[in-house]
Each structure stands twice: as C-alpha cells, then as structure tokens.
Design a protein around this ligand. Sequence first.
Ligand code: FE2
Length: 379
Amino acid sequence: MSSKAKDLINDVVTADSLPTELPIDGFDHVELYVGNAKQASYYYQLGFGFELVGYSGLETGNRESVSYVLKQGSVNLVITGNFNHKSPIAQFVKDHGDGVKCIGFKVKDAKIAYATAISRGAKSIQEPITVTDQFGTYTSSIIEAYGDTIHRFVDRNNYQGNFAPKFKCANNQLSRTANLLSIDHIVANVEMKQLDQYVEFYKNVFGFYVYQYFDATDISTQFSALVSKVMANQSGSIKLPINEPYPAKFKSQIQEYIDFNEGCGIQHIAITTKDIITTVSTMAKNGIEFLKVPQNYYATLTNRVGTINESIDELAKLGILVDRDEDGYLLQIFSKPVQDRPTLFFEIIQRRGAKGFGKGNFQALFESIEQEQRLRGNL
Ligand code: FE2
C-alpha cells in the first residue's frame, strides 16, 4: 500500500473513532493585529465594503488596545492596534507584520468549550472571563492554535451590547457593501513536517475530521508544491484547510509565506457572495487588487467545466476562476496580499453546488502566484 493510501486511511476516520465534536455554532469573528488600526479599518471599509459597527479604545475605557469592528453579511472582522511598544499586539506586528491573530468561534458555553479543549490537550491562553454590564452577560475564553494564532470561544447568547463589553456603536457611513456574505473557510500555512501535528490537534481537541486531502501531485507546478488537509466539523460550518510546503525545484509559495510571516499563520480568508461578478467588480473599482490568470485559462474553460450561467467574457475580464466537482460548480478569485509583507490575502467564492476548494484551479492559480513571487524576487 502506498504511503498516500495509508495516510488517507488514517485520516478518513469514522465519527466513532473521533472524540465527541466540540459544539461550535460557526465562525464568530476574525481579528487582525495591525500596525495602525485606524488606517487598516479604512482600507477594509472602502475596499471590501465592510461597515464600521463597533469601536473600542481609550474613549470606551480600553487602555490596552484599540479595535474597530467591521461587519458585512455575517462576517465580523475586528481590526486591532496598540498604544505602546510593550503591547503584545506591537510584538505580534513586529514579528509577523499585519495579520490574523484570532479565529473566534461562536459557542453556547465558552466555559465548557474551554474546559473540554484543555482536557484534550489544548494550551490555555485565557481562562473563561465573564463580564456583565447593562447589555447582559458575555463570556469568552482563549486557546492556542497555530504559531501565534489563537482561537477565542465566544458566548454572546445573553449579550445585547455592541460586539463585546467596552465596545460602543460606531457608524460613519463610509462603506458601500460589496455583498460579501459569510466566511466559507480560513486557511493556515504551517512549516514543513508540521501539518500532521495540527491535523491531530483539530482531531483530538475539536473532534474535526479530514474533509479533503490534496497531495503534492494535486497542487504543484514544475517548480514548487504544497500538501493540504481540510479540517472540518460535521455540519460543515467550520472548514480550516492547513497547507504545508513540499520540497520542489524552487521555493514553494507556502515557504515564501512562512519566511515573510516569520512562522506559520493564516494565509487566506475565503468569503462567500451570491453574485461574484458584482462583488468583484465593486471591490476592483474600490482599488482591491486580484491575481490575474493567464488569458488562455478561459479558452479551454467550457471544455473543463461545461456550461455555466455566467458570461465567460465577464469572468475573463475580472480574472474569476471556475471549477466543477460532482455536486456542481464554484467561482472564485484571490486578492493580492493585503499588507506590505506577501502574507495574508482574501478569496471571494460563489458556490453553485460545488463543495470543494477549486482543485481544478490549483495549477492555474499556482502559476499565477509564482508569477507574482518571481516579480518579488522570491522564487
Ligand atoms: Fe481557499
């Protein structure tokens, strides 16, 4: 039996052989640590169409950090900055540049989620803290995820305030929505030979299973490669693909990320839309830059994916990719990195039945990313 087949058998475990799944109701928020939260939040409002709905800072009694809560559809993006060099936020930005610090999960009970996770081997970052104010009761707790990334369990079921205690409402009417709807998946890049350790972590601590597996033959060009395993909960509301670089002729794009991020971390956040052409047109008009694919990609598109509802000319103009699997098709596009370091980027995805991640596009996409990598002198 090949080692790949063995791996697959190891990974495709039945629900019985996994610990009981940690009950998670969905993604609650994604928090970025940045060098200048005021300016970064302006970028996400104007470029991505997020609406500023909450603020925490000196004016709300928060002397540790400053945060802007941005909302679009069900996506809560929290942009957090700091007031002095001793702050852990300043340390994170010094180490990694602007990037994702936290993937927050909605739970019914942040104490039980925390206790369960810790009893299964997760490392504690913050024990459960319950705050009661005039808006109700809010409980959160935090465990370690990959590298300096964390998972926050949030129970806001009895909390009517703005996002969290010490946040006030904010609405400056800057944004015009791009019709982004919800988080589809969030991808981490980890260092070589670390993938399985994190797969075990999500299996053992969360009871998640390997939803899909891509090996180096799926995702490679003649130059560089990666392997990827998608961890998911049974309901499919949480999908966390994890990538690891694979040795190849030149530097893998995952390795480029790890070098510039100075360690592992979140590579991209995929957000859904019901109308990718309008969403991407809006964002492109707002100045968000997307990866371009070679135009010959579209010449053979119908052969690969069959008939689709969208105009291929319009997709080609915007650089939107299409892939089909047994359940239907999907449309997707990837932004260029959204900060100075070539690290975090965003994916916009519209699913028309397909449940995959655009495996058929990996080759075209990888070539496109490598083209950019070459321009940066990192290949
Ligand atoms: Fe993705």
